[in-house]
Structures are given as structure tokens and as C-alpha cells.
Design a protein around this ligand. Structure first.
Ligand SMILES: NC(=O)C1=CN([C@@H]2O[C@H](COP(=O)(O)OP(=O)(O)OC[C@H]3O[C@@H](n4cnc5c(N)ncnc54)[C@H](O)[C@@H]3O)[C@@H](O)[C@H]2O)[C@@H](O)CC1
Ligand SMILES: [K+]
Length: 520
């Protein structure tokens, strides 16, 4: 599967440096290429004679901007240059750009004098932004947003944190962003991605060779796989039977709460699992049999009473033996019975386990069960996949939800390492980390229509269905997350984002895989 990288500002600086120092490509050559690419995007959209305002800061982003303005001026555009900050503080490259435009007798102004431009080139801050934007810089950003011209941000909209996508007190709202070599995390994470407009990533001669063997931390799948969801699926054996396509045990639901187990089980079936058995309270039997007659059922009642638990736990043990993998948590609640079920599933089985929803809250409360999972993963190779949303993640990690959002990549990786499993941290951009892999996957499919009850139950079912078909924990999680987002996108294309409901995601599974996976 082809990877697409999203880099941090430190990584990008390292690749710049390697290209300049190790491969000896002069810094000004990179800057000129960046400027040419940007100027050409403007030429595609605006004719000669258009009025251009270049707003530069003192760092190299400003140097890029000045070079863009100079190229456009040489090609017949009317260009005004403004430098925000002291000339004396300019970087070496930016000073060179100032010297060059001085030779062309282009005046450099220190403030914006007109509010009428066709194009504004935002080159105030790039990936070097290191603190909140205040004073003249904040005013400048607000003025750029007020001028009713087409805003082209160079590298990243000024004011967006390139690592986290945060708005650092104020940020430019661009129409397009022309970035270089690799997209930055700030282009992808929210809210940064909403400030970029269309992101155009250009080759300026900084390539994968600049990694010198150590690839970037964060990756996704390349866009061209968007329409090829089936390529991600486990091979399907034409001579197979329901046994060979895997058995999923869904331990879910609580009294009169059958929806979660139904969504989860149906999704496991629709992704291709051969058999799905639901373990749920007796009260849910009738409705599940009516809505999902394909599911096998094992029900319990009065499980809080020792005798009833004794009988039922034997049954559960048999079901766990039968299954290839188990998913526990959707709609299970936090009752005494839920505790017991969870503990039993963790301790009495070595089958691969997907933990979701209340299962995660139960896990967060027990250091002992976390230790059991770690031991099972390390000693018996048990694959553990947990699928927390940000609030559940924060509970497990021991921090505030805002802290997770600010640092989703490294926190997801740290939790995966701590639990010796695969962690899927669900947010507008879901991150997936595995304890044995250095790199973290960041998902870009999906939309806000999926922020609806039951959507997580569908994901848990899909991942379990993939595991049951022989997927490894990490691949099952990545594939599940990618497909789940695609299902949301397909559902939203049909109904609009407002109307999407969890059941629509499962429904789309009928179509997304219709072009058949690989054959075994
Ligand atoms: N080799 C090169 O010359 C290349 C340069 N590139 C450009 O260089 C940029 C990075 O350049 P720099 O590292 O110089 O960084 P920037 O140009 O992004 O800005 C850094 C400057 O802004 C100051 N600063 C940071 N936050 C501030 C704040 N909140 N308020 C006021 N001042 C603040 C810093 O002290 C520093 O002087 C990239 O974004 C890209 O546009 C790329 O074109 C690639 C090649
Ligand atoms: K910028």
C-alpha cells in the first residue's frame, strides 16, 4: 500500500537541512523552485496585470513570498511588497531576496496601504511559527483576511501551528495553500485544515532521500486508493465456507439496549465474517432475532446471582473457544454484570480482542486488567485493539480530552506502547498506532456526518470482522478505520452530512466492496 506522509515542522526542517547540507542543493535554489511553483499556480488563475500584494515576514517563508512577487512582477503583474518586522532580523535567504528586489527597484513597504488587490500572497509565517501571534502580526493577519482578494498562503496559512493544526491566536483564511515536498500535519488536523483552502503540494527537489533512512512518523494512504477500498481487504477464498471466513463473538448490549450489539454484529457480517454470535441479556433476544436473524445468540439473565453466573460463564467459555476473535463493550454499560463479563473475557480467553465503548471505561478503572492484556499480548501474541474516542482515550491515558486533541499522534503511540496493542484514537482525524511500529497512521477519510450514535459500534464490528478473516491487529485497524471513513463519505454523498446515521454506514458496506477483493 502506497504511503503518503504528513510531516512535523521539525521533520521538514531536517529534510530541508539534509537536502542543503548533505546533498549540497543550495538553499536559494530550493527557495526559487518553491517560488516558481507558487507563482505558476497564480498564473493559472489570474491574468497579467492583476494586482498582487506580497506580505512577508522576516523568516524564510517571507523570502519565498518575496521571490514569488518578483517572479510575478517580471511576468507582468503589478506587485506591492510589504515586510512585517525589522529588516535587520531577516534570515540570510530573505535578505538576499530583499537585495534582489532592491536591484529591480521595487520598493519594500512596512505597512499595508491599500485594501484593493486581486491576490494576496501570505508569506508572514511558515513552519517556523513558534508562539502565539500578537500585536502587529495579529493585525496584519486580520487585515489580510479583510482585504477581499484571493489569498494564496505560502507553505501554510500564517498563524496555523504546523504540528497540531491549532490557530495560534489568529490565522489567515486562505483560498489555496501551496506547500512544498510534504504536507504538514497542520494541513490535515483540525482546525488548521479548514484554513488552508485547497492544498497543493509541490516538488521542489526535497525527496524521500532526504530522510536518510528514517521515514516520517505519520502517514496515511495515498489518495488514489480512495476508490479502491476492496484492495485493502483480506483475500477471499472461493472454496471457503462460513467457518473459514471467521467467527466473531460480540459481547455487547445491556437490558433493553440491543441497538449497539445489532450494529456491531451486522457490520462484522457485512465486512465478510462467516459467523457472528451475540452475547447479550435475555431481554434483547426477541428484537435481535427479529432484526438480525443471521446472528447466533447466547443470552444471560440474573447474571449478578452466583448460580446463574456459574451456568452462564460455562456457556461464555464455550463461545469464546468457538470464536476467532471477540469484540466487547458496545452498549454493555457499567453494571456489576458488565464488570464480570469484561473481566472474564480478558482473563479467561486468549482470543484476539477488540475493546470499545464501556469496555474501555471498565479497562480504564483496572490496572490489573491492563496488566493482564499486556501479558497476554507479550506472552501469547494475543492481539488487542482498543477503539476509544477522545474522552475515553483521556480516561485511559490519564489526561484531559483537550490534551489528547493537541497531541493525538504521540499520545496514541504512547498508549499503544503501554498496552502492547493497537490503539485507534477516534476523532475528526483518527490516529492508529501499534506498539511494534514506530510510525502512526492518520486517517483522512470520513466526515462530521459520522459523529452520530452507533458509528463507533459499526467500526468495532468492522475491525472484528477483519480480524476474524485473518487480518493482523494493526492492518485490521487501519483498514477498518479507512473503510469506515469511506462508508461515511459515501453515505454523506447520498443523504448529505446532516442525515447520516450509523445504520447507513453498514448499509454502504454492500456497495463499497462490490468490486471484489483479491482472490486467494
Ligand atoms: N531552504 C529554504 O530556504 C527553504 C525555505 N522554505 C520556507 O521556509 C519556511 C520556514 O522558514 P523559517 O524557519 O525561517 O520560519 P518562518 O519563516 O516560518 O518564520 C520564522 C520567523 O518568525 C519568528 N516568529 C515565529 N513565531 C512568531 C510569532 N508568533 N510572532 C512573531 N514572530 C514569530 C521567528 O522568530 C522567526 O524569525 C517554510 O515555511 C518555507 O516557506 C521552503 O521554501 C523550503 C526551502
Ligand atoms: K504563510
Amino acid at each position: 500500500m502506497e504511503k503518503k506522509y504528513f510531516v512535523t515542522s521539525a521533520e521538514m526542517k531536517k529534510y530541508d537541512k539534509t537536502t542543503i547540507e548533505h546533498f549540497e542543493v543550495p538553499s536559494l535554489v530550493l527557495m526559487e523552485r518553491a517560488a516558481l511553483e507558487t507563482a505558476e499556480e497564480i498564473e493559472k488563475r489570474f491574468k497579467k496585470g492583476s494586482r498582487v500584494l506580497v506580505i512577508s515576514g522576516t523568516g524564510n517563508n517571507g523570502g519565498d513570498g518575496i521571490a514569488v512577487g518578483r517572479i510575478l512582477m517580471q511576468r507582468g503583474y503589478e506587485v506591492d511588497f510589504v515586510l512585517i518586522g525589522e529588516q535587520a532580523k531577516c534570515s540570510k535567504e530573505t535578505r538576499r531576496q530583499l537585495d534582489i528586489i532592491a536591484k529591480y527597484e521595487c520598493p519594500m513597504k512596512s505597512k499595508i496601504e491599500s485594501m484593493e488587490y486581486d491576490i494576496i500572497i501570505d508569506a508572514l509565517f511558515g513552519i517556523g511559527l513558534s508562539r502565539n501571534v500578537e500585536g502587529i502580526y495579529k493585525n496584519c493577519i486580520e487585515t489580510m483576511n479583510d482585504i477581499c482578494g484571493f489569498i494564496v498562503s505560502v507553505d501554510i496559512p500564517s498563524g496555523i501551528n504546523a504540528d497540531t493544526g491549532e490557530v495560534m491566536n489568529a490565522a489567515v483564511k486562505a483560498d489555496i495553500t501551496v506547500t512544498f515536498a510534504y504536507e504538514k500535519l497542520g494541513h490535515i488536523l483540525y482546525p488548521g485544515c479548514e484554513y488552508c483552502g485547497e492544498v497543493l503540494c509541490k516538488d521542489i527537489g526535497i525527496t524521500d532521500e532526504s530522510f536518510l533512512g528514517e521515514e516520517p512518523l505519520v502517514y496515511s494512504y495515498a489518495d488514489r486508493y480512495k476508490e479502491q477500498a476492496a484492495a485493502l481487504m483480506p483475500a477471499r477464498n472461493r472454496g471457503g465456507n462460513k467457518g473459514t471466513f471467521g467467527k466473531v463473538l460480540v459481547v455487547a448490549g445491556s437490558r433493553n439496549m440491543s441497538g449497539a450489539c445489532e450494529l456491531c454484529a451486522r457490520s462484522a457480517y457485512r465486512i465478510g465474517a462467516g459467523m457472528v454470535k451475540i452475547v447479550t441479556p435475555e431481554e434483547n433476544r426477541e428484537i435481535i432475532q427479529k432484526n438480525l436473524p443471521e446472528a447466533l445468540l447466547s443470552t444471560y439473565s440474573d447474571a449478578e446471582k452466583p448460580e446463574a453466573w456459574e451456568v452462564f460463564s460455562q456457556d461464555l467459555k464455550e463461545s469464546m473457544k468457538w470464536a476467532d476473535c471477540i469484540v466487547i463493550g458496545p452498549g454493555i454499560g457499567k453494571s456489576g454484570t458488565a464488570h464480570r463479563l469484561f473481566e472474564y473475557t480478558v482473563k479467561e480467553s486468549a482470543k484476539d480482542l477488540v475493546i470499545d465503548a464501556d469496555g474501555l471505561n471498565l479497562l480504564a478503572e483496572s490496572e490489573e486488567l491492563q496488566e493482564s492484556l499486556r501479558t497476554a499480548a507479550l506472552r501469547e501474541g494475543r492481539q488487542i485493539i482498543i477503539t476509544p474516542h477522545v474522552a475515553e482515550f483521556a480516561r485511559l491515558y490519564g489526561c484531559k480530552p483537550e490534551e489528547v486533541k493537541k497531541d493525538i499522534i504521540s499520545k496514541t503511540k504512547k498508549l499503544a506502547d503501554r498496552l502492547c496493542g493497537t490503539v485507534v484514537c477516534k476523532d475528526a482525524r483518527t490516529a492508529v498506532a501499534h506498539y511494534e511500529e514506530r510510525c502512526v497512521y492518520l486517517n483522512v477519510t470520513g466526515n462530521d456526518g459520522m459523529a452520530t450514535a452507533g458509528s463507533g459500534d459499526v467500526l468495532a464490528g468492522i475491525i472484528a470482522g477483519l480480524l476474524a478473516q485473518g487480518g493482523k491487529g494493526r492492518e485490521a485497524a487501519l483498514t477498518g478505520v479507512f473503510l469506515h471513513g469511506r462508508l461515511g463519505d459515501l453515505a454523506a454523498e447520498k443523504t448529505g452530512r446532516y442525515a447520516v446515521m450509523a445504520g447507513d454506514l453498514t448499509e454502504q458496506l454492500k456497495y463499497i466492496l462490490s468490486d471484489e477483493g483479491k482472490r486467494r
